[in-house]
Design a protein around this ligand. Structure first.
Ligand code: NDP
Length: 329
């Protein structure tokens, strides 16, 4: 069997994660990386991986089965995914939950017109967490859903702190409240406010002589980001930040608790949990499994936009149907 030929558009944290995931899958071959920067400034791990300018996207369609988009959700993917779906079968990790319907419609129109398959919004949330929510809800209609994130780095919250005057660098961790997790896992179906579910820990490097009290106040009162949470702010040196907070860990739990029985007397707890040392490397691994499914759906003659809900589990796996039935069922 010929390997599935992948290219990556955008080579940041996630792009590197996708490259590493390609190397871990013998049926996948990474052929090239597209970047908007000067290609000579971008260095993939693999010596034989070509680096092409994103301006040349249309020039390599014969060499690539699936293009994996690894750009940012805020401004890159809303433009890049529909444009790329006109040229390639594509996979992206678009994670602005509220805008997924709009993104789906734009990508679906482009992919259908071109006869390509586009898989959007895969990763872990949206992605693996989403499919866990659907499985749990489908089999346990009488119940409640809970999602806890962390302990992990939120890039968006870290960026928001960095924009405060006097801040040089920052890292923000989202942390689930242990008592809330415990109450949910007990099956008690508690009603929890935002503040009761998560706390936020901020590690901040301030400019020399900066007013740290003012920075702390600006953080803890910041609407949407911190005001609704119990937030702690710790000022540290750049050295400490680089030494102790360089990683990009994340994870969390999707939990559904519910009841069955004539009078709802039996309680059930379904939990899917992730503890990730590297958010982009894990997300990249999900994108590559979805690229395999994307190539298979395209080979079967499908066209249009898909999400994780539309992908049968067998399409994600490198194992054959026979192997899956013998070992996984
Ligand atoms: P980065 O900021 O590391 O990279 C985004 C883009 O920035 C790159 O593709 C790259 O494009 C560009 N870039 C510009 N300058 C540089 C530079 N000096 N070094 C590296 N990249 C540069 O973002 P991430 O890779 O961490 O995240 C990408 C997206 O992944 C996030 O926006 C998020 O939406 C999504 N995500 C989704 C998850 C999910 O569960 N669904 C989980 C985690 C992330 P170019 O090469 O063209 O310049």
């Amino acid at each position: 069997m010929n390997p599935i030929r992948i290219a990556i558009l955008g080579y940041g944290n996630l792009g590197r994660g996708v490259e590493l995931a390609c190397a871990a899958n013998p049926d996948i071959q990474l052929v090239g990386v597209f970047t908007r920067r000067d290609p000579s400034s971008v260095h993939p791990y693999g010596q034989d991986v070509a680096v092409w300018s994103a301006d040349e996207l249309a020039a390599h369609t014969d060499e690539v089965d699936v293009l994996v988009l690894a750009g940012g959700s805020a401004t890159d993917l809303p433009e890049q995914t529909p444009a790329a779906a006109r040229l390639y079968n594509v996979v992206d990790s678009f994670d602005t939950h509220a805008n997924i319907p709009e993104h789906f419609a734009a990508v679906d129109a482009a992919a259908r017109e071109a006869g390509h398959v586009a898989v959007i919004s895969v990763g872990w949330d949206p992605g693996m967490f989403s499919v866990s929510r659907v499985y749990a809800g489908a089999i346990m209609p009488n119940g409640a859903d809970y999602t806890f994130w962390g302990r992990g780095v939120s890039q968006g919250h870290s960026d928001a702190i960095r924009r405060i005057p006097g801040v040089v660098d920052a890292r923000q961790y989202t942390v689930p409240v242990p008592a809330a997790l415990e109450a949910v896992r007990s099956g008690a179906n508690p009603e929890l406010t935002t503040r009761q579910k998560h706390t936020r820990e901020c590690f901040v490097v301030a400019e020399e002589g900066a007013d740290t009290a003012a920075i702390e106040e600006a953080i803890v009162t910041m609407p949407n980001y911190f005001a609704d949470y119990d937030t702690t702010v710790t000022f540290i040196s750049q050295e400490e930040l680089d030494r102790d907070h360089a990683g990009i860990p994340h994870g969390g739990s999707v939990i559904r608790t519910g009841t069955t029985g004539k009078d709802g007397e039996n309680t059930h707890v379904i939990e899917y949990s992730l503890k990730l040392d590297s958010n982009p490397e894990f997300t990249g691994s999900v994108l590559v499994a979805c690229a395999r499914a994307c190539a298979r759906m395209a080979a079967a003659g499908e066209a249009g936009c898909r999400t994780i809900f539309d992908i049968a589990p067998a399409l994600l796996s490198p194992l054959t149907g026979e192997q899956l039935r013998a070992t996984m069922l």
